[in-house]
Design a protein around this ligand. Structure first.
Ligand code: CAA
Length: 702
């Protein structure tokens, strides 16, 4: 069946795009758009046209799966020019998500009407590219340069009410959208000249009086982009409007788009897009598997994590009971939740009424009997196995048989926890990341006996909660923390050998991480790891100990930001890390005690040792089947650990370096630093066979 159809409703021709799931602009759709337009123009009975879509949304953009291939005509920009130049008026009928190339097509139409709830945006920057079909030229002319640049550089969509205020949408249709669009088209069919975004002059004239605006936008984008090039290309493209005529700007925009599309950055971001969607697919638990309804949940432990998790449920409209041992703990937890919400209201990001509704969904109690009717309990107490076993034994007796019993443990054995109940098939790990109401990652930890229904329910729940769920297996630290441990091991060893916190953090933020390892430790609290290490046996003599420097800092009460001193010092009330000569002296002293002669450590060595330690562990995780796919490992790091999206995640990054090169360096490190650098068998195989982690995913999928 054709992907674009033409239909007549009286004197109005309606062009329908019908290409599930999201009406993306693949070659056949572009071709169909041009042909349907020709049909409408050739028909003397047709006085005006409507561009509409079937299915769940207006065109949601270019077909991203075509990006790796040479573009086939008609190019989108050319198809849009045909619409813009049409002698008959064209009305775009928007609903769902009018995104990217979809919004660009709509901008080429003469009018836009939309249903309530429509989202409009140019999210290309999130794929490492720019709107390359005229969006950088038409949108600013139509709605003003400041607002347009904001939309293009952030990639965030706007709602239909804002779009109407800005003049991006001409009318909001209530009732049937296509009927409304046809009525609108009949009304404007004879109005001339046809309004075209390219002809709107006043915003352009105004922008010409303030060219400094672009310098500031560039400076701001550079500060925020963590080394990504796409936001800067977007600004460069919009700026063309001030410098060259419209047609020339379109050609140059297209050239910039082509350059961006070929970049590793864009490949990485497209990989991230598809990786997140692949993570939702579990080979032995196919879509449509049986799931349980989660209508009411409970969280055990009203600390920071517990409170954050309760907020996640309340935000998603699911009533939740927050439980702790003492009434004072429950009260404190609820107070913090309220303060968090109040902060969001103050920033104007949440209405008071919505805050009240969300707070109203969270009840506190010390009485476990309140757990009898919940569909899911998430335990978020201290990381202590004996305590967890006791809690799960108790939950097993109180909760109804169909209830899912989940643990938020970040390290402990989910199978051992499950065995403390009579229903191990109902037990699963739901590992949220702190702050739980902000971080998008949810590691769903599948135990040996977890039922498929519980896995399917948890993955569905992740989506319902607005999280990216990644299914992982049981091992110490699962995927994220197990790799993080290797990263921090190298960071600490590098400090012992000669690097300083500021150099380490500079290198890792230069790579694109939101924060370096030392600043992150200061934020999370150096005392946390110190207390855990104190309970663990010290490594045997002759084996290096990663905790030497942080333990010393913690012993001195330098816990990080909360004590205004850690790897850095902080002005009271400030979160800005300031290098501290006292820390340099402590580090030098520790190196001396360890018998290490400090040396100059290069930036390259820092990056390689931190990244390759992580990658080596990621490869082992993949080999052991703890992660289903290399792309799942990437999804964990992007959504839970501030890994730069434009680098695609650690395993994607490994593919850009090449398995052979990564292995070569790991073998050198093994020679130099010993057993901790044991190379992964999978990595060795890939290096030998000239293959990639992406290839492993493809092999596993076939
Ligand atoms: N191209 C190809 N496939 C796409 C796609 C696109 N633009 N957008 C979504 N899909 C696919 C997804 O991969 C997914 O496939 P599977 O079911 O096989 O996993 C399916 O469509 C459904 O997508 P979601 O699971 O994401 O569905 P959702 O309802 O949660 O979200 C959406 C819908 C908001 C449209 C979301 O898919 C989305 O944000 N898509 C990308 C939009 C985008 O970035 N558009 C700009 C493209 S670039 C461009 O247009 C450049 C240009 O200037 C020409």
């Amino acid at each position: 069946m054709s992907k674009v159809e033409f239909e007549k409703r009286g004197a109005i021709g309606v062009i329908f795009v019908d290409y599930p799931p999201v009406n993306a602009l693949g070659q056949a759709v572009r071709q169909g758009l041009v042909e349907a337009l020709d049909q409408g123009l050739a028909d003397p009975e047709v006085s005006a046209l409507v561009l509409a879509c079937r299915g769940r949304t207006f065109i949601a953009g270019a077909d991203i799966t075509e990006f790796g291939k040479p573009p086939e005509p008609p190019l989108l920009g050319d198809a849009i020019l045909r619409y813009e130049e049409s002698p008959k008026a064209i009305v775009a009928a928007l609903f769902g998500t009018a995104l990217g190339g979809g919004l660009e097509v709509a901008l080429g139409c003469h009018y836009r009407v939309a249903s309530a709830g429509t989202k409009l945006g140019l999210p290309e920057v999130k794929l490492g590219i720019l709107p390359g079909a005229g969006g950088t030229q038409r949108l600013p002319r139509l709605i003003g340069f400041e607002k347009a640049l904001d939309m293009i550089v952030s990639g965030d969509p706007i709602g239909v009410d804002d779009a109407k205020k800005l003049g991006l949408v001409d009318e909001i249709v209530t009732g049937d959208l296509v009927d409304g669009a046809v009525r609108f088209a009949a009304k404007i069919a004879t109005v001339r000249p046809l309004p075209r975004a390219r002809d709107v002059a006043h915003h352009l004239e105004q922008a010409k009086t303030n060219p400094g605006f672009f310098d500031k936008a560039t400076k701001d984008a550079r500060a925020k982009s963590r080394g990504a090039r796409a936001p800067l290309r977007c600004i460069e493209a919009v700026r063309l409007a001030l410098e060259v005529p419209f047609e020339e700007a379109l050609l140059r925009e297209r050239a910039l788009m082509r350059e961006a599309r070929e970049s590793v950055e864009s490949k990485a971001m497209r990989h991230v897009f598809f990786a997140e969607r692949a993570a939702a697919k579990i080979p032995d638990v196919p879509e449509g598997s049986e799931t349980l309804a989660i209508k009411k949940a409970a969280v055990l432990g009203a600390g920071t994590m517990g409170g954050g998790i309760a907020m996640v449920f309340a935000n998603a409209g699911i009533p939740v009971v927050l439980v702790d041992r003492e009434a004072a703990f429950v009260e404190k937890g609820l107070d913090i939740v309220k303060k968090n919400y109040a902060g969001t209201v103050k920033k104007g990001k949440l209405s008071q009424a919505e805050m009240d509704a969300r707070v109203g969904r969270i009840t506190g109690t010390t009485d476990w009997d309140g757990l009898a009717d919940v569909d899911l309990v998430i335990e978020a107490v201290f990381e202590e196995m004996a305590l967890k076993k006791e809690i799960f034994g108790k939950l097993d007796k109180i909760c109804k048989p169909t209830a899912i019993l989940a643990t938020n443990t970040s390290t402990l054995d989910v199978n051992a926890i499950a065995r403390s109940t009579s229903r191990p098939s109902q037990v699963i790990g739901l590992h949220f990341f702190s702050p739980a109401n902000v971080m998008r990652l949810l590691e769903v930890v599948r135990g040996k006996e977890t039922s498929k229904t519980v896995v399917a329910t948890s993955m569905k729940l992740a989506k319902q909660l607005g999280k990216v769920g990644v299914l992982v297996g049981v091992c110490y630290g699962f995927v994220g923390n197990r790799m993080l441990h290797k990263y921090y091991r190298e960071a600490n060893f590098l400090i012992q050998e000669g690097a300083l916190p500021e150099q380490l953090d500079r290198v890792m933020t230069g790579f694109g991480f939101a924060m370096g390892p030392c600043a992150t430790s200061d934020l999370a609290g150096i005392d946390v790891g110190w207390r855990i290490r104190k309970e663990q046996p010290k490594p045997p003599a002759g084996e290096r100990y990663m905790g030497a420097v942080p333990d010393r800092l913690a012993e001195m009460g330098r816990y990080g930001q909360k004590t205004n001193a850690g790897f850095y010092k902080y002005e009271a009330g400030s979160r800005t890390p300031v290098p501290d000569p006292e820390v340099t002296a402590i580090i030098e002293q520790v190196s001396k005690e360890l018998g290490i002669e400090r040396r100059a450590v290069t930036d390259d060595e820092i990056l390689e040792r931190c990244m390759f330690a992580m990658i080596n562990e990621g490869a082992k995780i993949l080999d052991e089947g703890i992660a289903l796919r290399a792309s799942d490992v990437d999804t964990v790091w992007i959504n839970g650990y501030g890994f730069p999206t434009h680098r695609g995640g650690p395993m994607f990054y490994a593919d850009t370096v090449g398995a052979a090169k990564v292995l070569e360096r790991i073998l050198q490190f093994q020679k130099e630093f010993g057993g901790v650098w044991e190379p992964s068998a999978l990595l060795q195989r890939l290096a030998k066979e000239g293959k990639s982690f992406a290839g492993v995913d493809a092999e596993r999928a076939s």
